[in-house]
Design a protein around this ligand. Structure first.
Ligand SMILES: Cc1ncc(COP(=O)(O)O)c(C=O)c1O
Length: 467
């Protein structure tokens, strides 16, 4: 079967005169070869069309479908973001009621806004390190029973920190009421290939729409992702149409080649996952010896529903914050982490990490650990409760009867903005919600730990509130 990258190279060598986009015209004499201009084409004859695929691109989609066992898979070049926007809109009508995991990524909230959805939120339990845990499946059933008009359930699994939800149980409840389940599996494209996680993966657990970023946990270029569907509750045609709205009409062939290359690695190099799992096992075994720092995977109760590829390093009860740990690793060891927060920092791993990479991180943590001091148990002071919702996100965003206040003066006010820590981009407050005392205290905590608080209009410490 033809491979996209080979075909792109072959095409370049044929020396066609490009009287079409892109404007760089493959002129490597002028532009140099540092960037891949030679194979950066647009949808010309013989190269298929992303939004009407029936050739080379369809082949890639079919590869994804076979590997992941979906009814249909779409390749995405605008990240999971466009898949989430399109996936949600493909099954709801404007103004519908939806059940949304509160720890959703901002793209889910953007879908709520664009479609003026009435979102009912479901929280996950926050553990003692301030990390989101599993969603209570019974709570989902309760909410569905209370709100018979829910049209969609949206769950994130795994979370940014690697917590996997019991999608099988969630799906079986939602399907009893004929409600489709969309899983934001942006962090889980690799689960299928990991021992013991195969059956925790969303498609295998019966989810109707599953969106996965290839670029987050697999060897693929930034921006690449997949959207899979299965079952009878989602119309293929609706998803395709929504993707043509939310995804570019000029898809990058470089990104699409990267998707194909990634899928080929999944088909032909499965042994890489064995090696990866061995490296992780070694890392977790060795880190049990740390005295002050802890690794979440060694501590977590529900190990069955956890992706050990996410190395969450806990600094709670030491004299440094997660952010300070990340700074030390960067400055003294040239190790850059994915994110850091008050009580922890997160290292992301993949099959492309060699044993040497794991040892380098391990050695650095061992050295740092020796220099740390124990600090008295500081219990998580603030239990975040779901803020009260006064209006839908869209209504709040469009309400111009508003003013800016310093965040300390906003208690009891309705926010017109999101308040986020990014990453992971899960809102502390969404537009239309009442800012409460606990949220203000939480913001203080983040500020004290030098963690940047972001808001929609970027005027923090001022927040726009509705009068
Ligand atoms: C849970 C989750 N969902 C969706 C996204 C969006 O993915 P992408 O960056 O591929 O658009 C992210 C990105 O960080 C994420 O963490």
């Amino acid at each position: 079967m033809e491979n996209l990258q080979e075909k792109l190279e072959e095409y370049y060598n044929k020396n066609y005169l490009p009287m079409h986009m892109p404007g760089h015209k493959r002129n490597v004499k002028l532009l140099g070869e540092k960037l891949p201009y030679k194979i950066d084409i647009t949808e010309i004859s013989g190269f298929d069309d992303l939004h009407h695929a029936n050739g080379l691109i369809k082949n890639i989609e079919n590869k994804a479908r076979k590997i992941y066992g979906s009814k249909r898979s779409f390749i995405l070049v605008n990240g999971s973001t466009c898949g989430i926007l399109a996936g949600i809109r493909s099954v709801i009508n404007f103004g519908d009621k939806v059940l949304i995991a509160r720890n959703s990524h901002k793209s889910v909230y953007n879908a709520i806004e664009l479609n003026n959805l009435n979102a009912i939120y479901i929280s996950s339990k926050i553990n003692k390190y301030g990390i989101d845990g599993n969603i209570d499946v019974k709570e989902i059933e309760k909410k569905i029973k209370e709100n018979k008009d829910i049209k969609l359930v949206v769950i994130t699994s795994p979370t940014y920190e690697g917590v996997i939800n019991n999608i099988k149980s969630i799906v079986s409840i939602a399907h009893k009421y004929n409600i489709p389940v969309l899983v934001d599996e942006a962090h889980g494209a690799h689960l299928r290939f990991m021992d013991n996680l195969y059956n925790k993966e969303a498609l295998n657990s019966g989810a109707d729409i599953v969106i996965q970023s290839l670029h987050k946990t697999l060897p693929a270029l930034t921006g690449t992702a997949l959207l899979h569907i299965q079952g009878e509750l989602v119309r293929e045609e609706n998803v395709a149409r929504e993707l043509s709205i939310f995804e570019t009409s000029s898809p990058s062939y470089i990104l699409m080649s990267s998707i194909e290359e990634c899928l080929d690695i999944l088909i032909y190099k499965e042994e890489l996952f064995k090696e990866y799992e061995n490296n992780l096992k070694y890392f977790y075994k060795e880190t049990k010896k740390l005295q002050k720092l802890k690794i979440l995977g060694n501590e977590i109760e529900n190990k069955e529903y956890y992706d050990f590829g996410k190395i969450v390093i806990i600094t709670k009860n030491t004299n440094i914050t997660g952010k300070e740990l990340a700074d030390i690793l960067r400055k003294e060891y040239k190790i850059e982490l994915e994110m850091s927060s008050i009580d922890y920092a997160l290292a992301m791993t993949s099959i492309c990490d060699t044993k040497e990479n794991f040892i380098r991180l391990l050695n650095a943590l061992e050295e740092i650990d020796k220099k740390l001091e124990n600090k008295e148990e500081k219990e998580n002071k603030i239990e975040i409760v779901l803020p009260e919702k006064k209006m839908n996100i869209l209504d709040a965003i469009k309400n111009n009867n508003s003013k800016y206040l310093n965040y300390k003066e906003t208690e009891g006010k309705i926010s017109k903005e999101y308040i986020w820590i990014y990453p992971p981009g899960i809102p502390l407050i969404a537009p239309g919600e009442i800012i409460n005392k606990e949220i203000i205290q939480k913001i203080n905590d983040y500020k004290n730990a030098n963690i940047e608080v972001r808001t929609t209009f970027d005027k923090f410490p001022k927040i726009e509130v509705i009068e």
